[in-house]
Design a protein around this ligand. Sequence first.
Ligand SMILES: [Zn+2]
Length: 245
Amino acid sequence: MEREILGDLERYDRQIRIIGIQGQAKLSKTSVLVAGVGGLGCVASTYLAAAGVGKIILVDKGRIEKSNLNRQILYSEKDIEKFKAQVAAEKLRKLNSEIEIEGIVAEINDKNAMELIKKVDIVIDGMDNYRGRFSLNRACIKLNKIFIHGAVHGLFGQLMVIAPNKGPCLQCVIPKEPPQIDIIPIIGVIPAIIASLEVLEAIKIITGIGEPTIGKMIFFDGETMKIHEIKVSKKDDCPICGKIG
Ligand SMILES: [Zn+2]
């Protein structure tokens, strides 16, 4: 039965040895929104598509610039000036024609976040600003969707899984919007590392293997090659998920 739904399984052979055919079927039935198709989103969406996640929605308002090419690996020189969401969707369809991929040119904000997120099961943070992240966090808590947060700067990155009702939300940990940085200095592999971890968390949650990083923020330090973990807890007075206020 599952085989009929999944079609040719050769592509997924190596991962089926870990997650089983049932796990693969779960991936094929899951929809994920990749919020931002920059350094994080390019890598996250590539691995989601490669893994056979059934539906991927890519949202980004931006056009490709030359300075993106040190890290945004779905784009080539000839793509400069084109919309990221559209080029990324096109490239990913070539990687995996058996799944559904949608590219939406839009800026994620409080007005459209709910509408975008209600169609999916999981949201992956590929944003470069906290205003957008806070909109996603709020909408995910309201709609009871998993939000996998990732952020990068320089040689550093952070990761946290937000599972409504199971652990803290992003604003329990970062209550106020940090100042917006116009140009984030970055070594290209750092978003690749964090985005890979975001997809690993998504695959674990969807297929039920391992233990997701709920209730802890993971910090990756590329300077010393160390990973730190900080336990974080839900705040009763959190304006987004708290009981009070
Ligand atoms: Zn909260």
